[in-house]
Design a protein around this ligand. Structure first.
Ligand code: NAX
Length: 328
């Protein structure tokens, strides 16, 4: 049998953590033949709740789950981590300015990046879910100079999956009929879900839809503001769908994208498509052998260019703000 993979989850006692841990332990993250050891990181007051979740994990008697450790010390929780899911973050509370939010999260993601640098396994793969995810990932990555920068990623897979379903509904097709959708930019309301290169049942999606009003006034805002719509409807933010997207993101990164398709990941830019190098921005990527590559050579029309640039501009402003706070 294979050696267990160490999976560290931060914010383990939160609502995404609760939806995520059981799927990791049942084999959905890495596959049905890969044993896992869970390392849960929480803040001290939430250790009891994390313990309760660990008791429930025990009570599932998952065949693949080889152990659970709980800690409030990042140096312990990231020790030997092969996969690190950074879910816990400081939410924006009423009256909080963006600068305060970035600073509070810097206080979380900088020490976590440092702990990953010092203690994680050599092959560590990091996914940041906690918002503002792209900039939190940038802060953690900058604090981990010994880890290759491309191992730090931010989650836009939930946006990608949301876009798949919206496009399938509009075209009366199944999500499995859709390929090559892209989320560009920041995981925020400025993100750009791009259907100009997507295919619906083998035909170009934008041509199939042939409705720029729907694209600009319905599809893009529905995808970009879906998080707020979920809060409005459910009285709580997306949790199971976010956990599902985290599973998808890592599963695809490890196991690869299918031939003829790609996915969306927030990754450090290499300068492709005019996105300044180093910004953690969402791109179309293919994955194989545990690595990813930006899809090259796509024609970007004016409609797309303006929207990609606006979202990237927001990322640059967030980077400048955290740089100003001494977090980079
Ligand atoms: P919860 O508030 O339910 O849980 C967060 C947990 O993180 C809490 O248990 C808290 O004690 C813990 N935590 C706080 N600081 C920590 C630290 N320094 N170390 C370890 N744990 C810490 O939030 P939840 O609904 O689970 O959401 C978690 C994060 O995901 C939020 O930042 C949220 O904004 C973000 N999301 C990101 C999404 C994405 O697509 N990238 C979508 C869903 C979600 O909104």
């Amino acid at each position: 049998t294979r050696n267990a993979v160490n999976v560290t989850v931060t914010g383990a006692a939160g609502q995404i953590g609760y939806a995520l841990l059981f799927r990791i332990a049942s084999g959905h993250l890495l596959g049905p033949d890969v044993p896992v050891k869970l390392r849960l990181l929480e803040i001290t007051p939430a250790l009891g709740a994390a313990e309760g979740t660990a008791m429930e994990l025990d009570d599932c008697a998952f065949p693949l789950l080889e152990g659970i450790e709980i800690s409030d010390d990042p140096n312990v929780a990231f020790d030997g981590a092969n996969v690190a899911l950074l879910v816990g973050a400081r939410p924006r509370t009423k009256g909080m300015e963006r600068g305060d939010l970035l600073e509070a999260n810097g206080g979380i993601f900088k020490p976590q990046g440092r702990a990953i640098n010092d203690h994680a396994a050599d092959d560590v793969k990091v996914l940041v879910v906690g918002n503002p995810a792209n900039t939190n990932a940038l802060i953690a990555q900058a604090a981990a100079p010994d880890v290759p920068a491309e191992r730090f990623t931010a989650m836009t897979r939930l946006d990608h999956n949301r876009a798949l379903t919206q496009l399938a509904k509009k075209t009366g097709t199944a999500v499995t009929d859709i390929r090559k959708l892209t989320i560009w930019g920041n995981h925020s309301a400025t993100q750009y879900p791009d259907i100009f290169h997507a295919e619906v049942a083998g035909k170009n999606a934008a041509e199939t839809v042939n409705d720029e009003t729907w694209l600009a006034d319905e599809f893009i805002p529905t995808v970009a503001k879906r998080g707020a719509a979920i809060i409005e409807a459910r009285g709580a933010s997306s949790a199971a769908s976010a956990a599902n997207a985290a599973i998808d993101h890592v599963h695809t990164w490890v196991n690869g994208t299918p031939a003829g398709d790609w996915t969306s990941m927030g990754i450090p830019s290499d300068g492709s498509y005019g996105v300044p190098e180093g910004l953690i921005s969402s791109f179309p990527v293919t994955c194989a052998d545990g690595t990813y590559k930006i899809v090259q050579g796509l024609d970007i029309n004016d409609f797309s260019r303006a929207r990609i640039d606006a979202s990237v501009q927001e990322l640059a402003e967030e980077r400048d703000a955290v740089r100003g706070l001494g977090l980079l």
